[in-house]
Design a protein around this ligand. Structure first.
Ligand code: ATP
Ligand code: ZN
Length: 285
């Protein structure tokens, strides 16, 4: 029996979260530090550790069946791979930034400028779409220092908090792409690999769903039970158990992160007490 082969970043910003995701999916990996490849003992998975830039090509060529990489790299490399799942980590954006002292009111301000970037393809198509002509200087690292040393007028680089840009006297003026880590797959997977990928995706979705939801327990006066139950969205209907103290019940349910604060306030206002909120590890509906 063969394994499903996954390529992940060897070291860097996506490494920890990629390994952690596999772990949360119940996949144990032997010795992940400073290795080129490893296997799991409890899931038919083989892991290749690579530079993120190479992952789309390995997946296109079928050396790996799937990979975890930033959308920014997927779109820049433009390889024949399919995005199967957004993973919710490695969030950043590819943005254009100009020196803070420079006036900027529209994209036309980029006309004729020298733009330093490691993302020449994406920047070129962004400029073309906006009918702007500029000179692109491809550099592979430390793009943010280019204007300071006179190498370029403007940069197009990855930003998360913006503090690197700020420290280099730059301001963000356009967003080319909002990016996060994604799972990509080869377009001609064998049926055997597809069935393993489906198993993995099922686990990934359960982990992601669990992160978006919380388990909530609370005590409710029976007089207000109906009202309190109506405030709980829940997966189906909440569990209601009698408390030892007469006239009170314990209610258990599930709440999604985005409904969370508003719902808690309403529950308290309706007389709920002893509200406990706990994380959920996996969630399968
Ligand atoms: P490698 O050695 O694998 O080529 P790298 O230096 O190209 O690594 P990292 O800096 O580790 O790459 O970033 C990997 C990915 O993390 C990026 O492609 C991007 O998707 C994501 N990322 C998230 N936040 C940021 C950020 N602030 N700056 C750069 N990348 C970010
Ligand atoms: Zn890289």
């Amino acid at each position: 029996m063969s394994n499903l082969r996954i390529a992940i970043q060897k070291s860097g910003r996506l490494f920890e979260d990629s390994v952690q995701l596999l772990k949360e999916c119940g996949i144990d990996l032997r010795n992940v530090k400073d290795r080129l490849r490893t296997e799991s003992d409890n899931f038919p998975l083989e892991v290749f550790f690579l530079r993120d830039d190479d992952i789309p090509q390995y997946v296109e060529d079928g050396v790996a069946d799937i990979g975890i990489v930033g959308e920014n790299v997927v779109f820049e490399k433009n390889r024949q791979v399919e995005i199967t799942e957004k993973l919710g980590f490695g969030k950043c954006r590819l943005s254009i930034a100009v020196p803070r002292s420079q006036e900027y009111d529209s994209i036309k301000c980029l006309e004729g400028k020298r733009i330093a970037t490691s993302y020449p393809h994406m920047v070129t198509s962004f400029l073309a779409k906006n009918n702007v002509t500029a000179e692109i200087h491809e550099i592979s690292g430390s793009v943010e220092i280019a204007p300071g040393i006179g190498l370029a007028d403007v940069v197009a680089d990855l930003v998360s908090s913006g503090s690197t840009l700020f420290m280099n006297g730059l301001k963000e003026v356009e967003t080319i792409l909002n990016s996060q880590a994604v799972l990509i797959k080869n377009k001609q997977l064998q049926p055997f690999s597809i069935s393993l990928l489906d198993k993995l995706l099922f686990r990934i979705q359960a982990v992601k769903k669990a992160k978006r939801n919380k388990y909530i327990l609370l005590n409710a006066p029976n007089d207000n039970l109906e009202k309190i139950i109506s405030l709980l969205p829940g997966m189906k209907s909440p569990t209601v158990l009698p408390l030892a103290e007469s006239g009170w019940s314990s209610i258990h349910s599930v709440l999604s992160e985005d409904q969370f604060w508003e719902c808690i306030e309403n529950l308290k206002a309706a007389g709920a007490q002893g509200i406990l909120v706990v994380p959920i590890e996996k969630m399968v509906i």
